[in-house]
Design a protein around this ligand. Structure first.
Ligand code: DP6
Length: 321
């Protein structure tokens, strides 16, 4: 039996979004992306390779996993091939936030699985290589191997850190709009967008420009530009998806967006971003977090709010021989 390795990983929120895949095998994004890894939400995953199992045994939140099992087994197969082992794995994973609803559970989930399985198999891989393994399963997961601000450049195997969590003070207010899993997974949503959206070509052209400008603004400590560019990246991504009939927003999403824009018009700098789900994540300076929270928490349809901040990389928290 292999060691039992326990890992914690955090989700990340893309400031410049990945949406669409490159025309090559291996799950490479069609555009670069830049995210912030968030404390305050976490996936905890334990992996060990054991004798006598016919298949990998995977549980999510205490229940045997069904959706997404193929990607888990494919990742474990890559690790087994690299380590030269045949053993099947026991995987236990749990999120302390809603799973599969657009809160980036696949990002923290596959980052945690990649790191835990690499270590349990005894492979001495650096973070970039582990990030590449996570990317092949779910590209946003590549970024959760690192803490702070992280980019996944176009064509890169793995993600790389861009700025430390301390270098750009930020609070991300997550407005939870549903506890349910989404109906269209992001892989399917982006594939449909690429195949049928009349605006997908425009997205492919604009996304790298927004990414470069956002990266420069981040490194120049320009909060206003980072916020404005992040909001525009999200709106462009959703516009391309909407034009293909891929609708992740709900009424509450647009109501929060409108409230964020009203706050801005009245002089409080808040910016909105949304991934493949109805939740809005609002970017504010730390000093404005309490005030903006108190406004958004009253928007009808906001079930609850989480206040998060730039967080740490995926890490091994326990290892038993
Ligand atoms: C909207 O990483 O979930 O969150 O690689 O197909 O698993 P797959 O997609 P996934 O897509 C994330 C899309 C996004 C934007 C982002 O995180 O960059």
């Amino acid at each position: 039996m292999s060691p039992t390795v326990r890992v914690v990983a955090h989700p990340n929120i893309a400031l410049s979004k990945y949406w669409g895949k490159a025309k090559r095998d291996g799950n490479f994004p069609a555009v670069p992306s830049l995210s912030v890894t968030l404390s305050g939400m976490a996936t905890r995953t334990t992996v060990r390779f054991v004798e006598g199992l016919a298949d990998d045994q995977v549980s999510l939140g205490g229940t045997p996993m069904t959706a997404g099992l193929t990607k888990v087994t494919a990742l474990l197969d890559t690790v087994r091939a690299a380590a030269g082992i045949q053993l099947r794995a026991e995987v236990e994973t749990a999120n302390d936030f809603p799973t599969g609803s657009g809160l980036a559970s696949s990002a923290s989930g596959f980052a945690a699985l990649a790191l835990a399985s690499v270590r349990a198999a005894g492979l001495d891989w650096d973070a970039t290589r582990v990030s590449g393994l996570a990317r092949a399963a779910s590209a946003s997961a590549a970024r959760s191997l690192f803490g702070g601000y992280v980019e996944l450049p176009f064509g890169a195997e793995g993600a790389r850190p861009v700025a430390t969590k301390e270098s750009f003070p930020l609070r991300v207010l997550v407005c939870v709009a549903t506890e349910e899993a989404k109906k269209v997974a992001s892989t399917e949503g982006m594939t449909t967008t690429a195949a049928t959206s009349p605006y997908y070509a425009a997205w492919l052209e604009e996304a790298p420009r927004v990414h470069e400008r956002l990266r420069s603004a981040l490194l120049a400590d320009d909060f206003s530009s980072v916020g404005a560019l992040a909001e525009s990246s999200a709106l462009m991504m959703h516009a391309s998806a909407l034009a293909a009939g891929v609708v992740y927003v709900k009424g509450v999403t647009l109501d929060v967006l409108a409230t964020v824009r009203e706050l801005r018009a009245k002089g409080t700098e808040a910016y909105a971003t949304m991934d493949a789900g109805p939740h809005v994540k609002v970017l504010v300076r730390p000093a404005d977090a309490a005030k903006v929270h108190d406004v958004l928490v009253h928007v009808p349809g906001v079930l609850r709010m989480l206040t998060t901040e730039p967080g740490d990389p995926a890490r091994v928290v326990d290892e038993e021989p």
